[in-house]
Design a protein around this ligand. Structure first.
Ligand code: ADP
Ligand code: 2DT
Length: 212
């Protein structure tokens, strides 16, 4: 590696926790301070696999539960070469959802274990930092109605939150829990400090492998 690599930073959390808002603000702030940074999101709906997933989420098609889980994972794997290239070019990637959403959402369905759900994502580029935006469901409800996509209801979101809590017990992942009930600017300043620290710490380290 000839130059210092970028950091892989993931934001996770239930619906309306502020992930997209904070990813955009973070990328903007990093760019303003002269650090190359780009935003990515999963699912990435523009690829062929992403289009299948998008129709499923919009309830325009039906996919069997194991099948759609594997498609979400494939949608990450198809972007791995691009992610590695950017990281090696020194670009920090700020990612809106990753394998943790994959596991939390599928394992919230009946008869899916956390272990089965993790398998297809084993070996993905390991995030240097995963920030979990913690938000009480009643506060999330004040941020507006759920949309009409699949999974957008409070019973399912509570089950997802419990699965995230199980995933956060894993010390092999660098989790940081952020209180997302505060103002957008205060949440942002916490996130920015954590990112700047991790960018400095990871720039000379190789990219890790998730859950390996
Ligand atoms: P997510 O990507 O987690 O679903 P969004 O970033 O799309 O969440 O935010 C959901 C809604 O909540 C948006 O209308 C956004 O403007 C609002 N929002 C985001 N963060 C906050 C905050 N800290 N306080 C109040 N409202 C917020
Ligand atoms: P948004 O585009 O609004 O974030 O919604 N999901 C996401 C999964 O079920 N598995 C996954 O691997 C990922 C990344 C979470 C996307 C929806 O898709 C769910 C909400």
């Amino acid at each position: 590696m000839s130059c210092k690599r970028g950091a892989l930073i993931v934001l996770e959390g239930v619906d309306k926790a502020g992930k997209t808002t904070q990813c955009k603000k973070l990328v903007h702030a990093l760019q303003q301070s002269g650090r190359p940074a780009e935003m990515m999101r999963f699912p990435e709906r523009t690829t062929q696999i992403g289009q299948l997933i998008s129709s499923y989420l919009e309830k325009k098609n039906y996919l069997e539960d194991h099948t759609v889980h594997l498609l979400f994972s494939a949608n990450r794997w198809e972007l791995v070469p691009l992610m590695k290239k950017k990281l090696e070019q020194g670009i920090t990637l700020v990612v809106d959802r990753y394998a943790f959403s994959g596991v939390a959402f599928t394992s919230a369905k009946p008869d899916f274990s956390l272990e089965w759900c993790k398998h297809p994502d084993v070996g993905l580029p390991k995030p240097d930092l995963v920030m979990f935006l913690q938000l009480n469901p009643s506060v999330a409800a004040e941020r507006g109605e759920f949309g009409t996509e699949r999974y957008e209801n409070s019973t399912f979101q509570r089950a997802v939150q419990q699965r995230f809590e199980q995933l956060m017990k894993d010390p092999s992942v660098n989790w940081k829990v952020i209180d997302a009930a505060r103002s957008i600017d205060i949440v942002h300043s916490d996130i920015k400090v954590l990112c700047e620290n991790i960018m400095n710490m990871s720039e000379n380290l190789p990219i890790g492998e998730l859950w390996k």
